[in-house]
Design a protein around this ligand. Sequence first.
Ligand code: AKG
Ligand code: FE2
Length: 219
Amino acid sequence: MQLTANSFFEQTNYLALADDLRTQGYAIIEHALPIELETALVKHVIELPRTDLQTAGVGREQQQTVNNFVRRDQVKWIEASQSTVEKAWLSHMENLRIMLNRQLLLGLFSYESHFAQYQPGDFYKKHLDSFKGNTNRVLSTVYYLNPNWQSEFGGELVIYDPINQMQEIKRVSPELGRMVIFLSEEFPHEVLPADKTRFSIAGWFRVNNSINNQIDPPK
Ligand SMILES: O=C(O)CCC(=O)C(=O)O
Ligand SMILES: [Fe+2]
């Protein structure tokens, strides 16, 4: 099985993605990864030991608190050392980082990501992934790992207008292989509850805001 990253991100659909980000601030791409990696990630997320999944927090670092009125998902942070499939995922996202920097001159420095599992009824209320001046998350990514997802199951990602934050601009059903990318500081968004368990990988491209040579910590 060939899981290594290659010239995948030079394909035309990825150049369209950079265009969408430039013009509208968000982009949606179908079959975002090679099929072997997609399949391996689905298997991996389904088989994650229950004990690896932690109740997700709100806020960063020491300020992190569990707030189950805001979000109910369970997460596991991805690390290259954990498995070949996690390594292959990070390697692809690294190639995407390089391509986006070339196309958009965003100066993206690093990428952090976690698996997320939403049980039936779980949600994540409307939020921003990044507050201006407060964090260094620039681009949010969400990649969905749900084979045979039907729209009736719910679980959509709802994206709101950056100016008129009550105005819905997009509803995205979490279908297998779909990736959504958006500017972290601009777009409020929420995850609606679903009837079925919903798996995804949420991630963030970051810039380096290090002070005194201390790399600003991720997560
Ligand atoms: O799963 C999704 O569609 C979005 C998740 C999200 O907004 C987040 O983890 O910050
Ligand atoms: Fe989010």
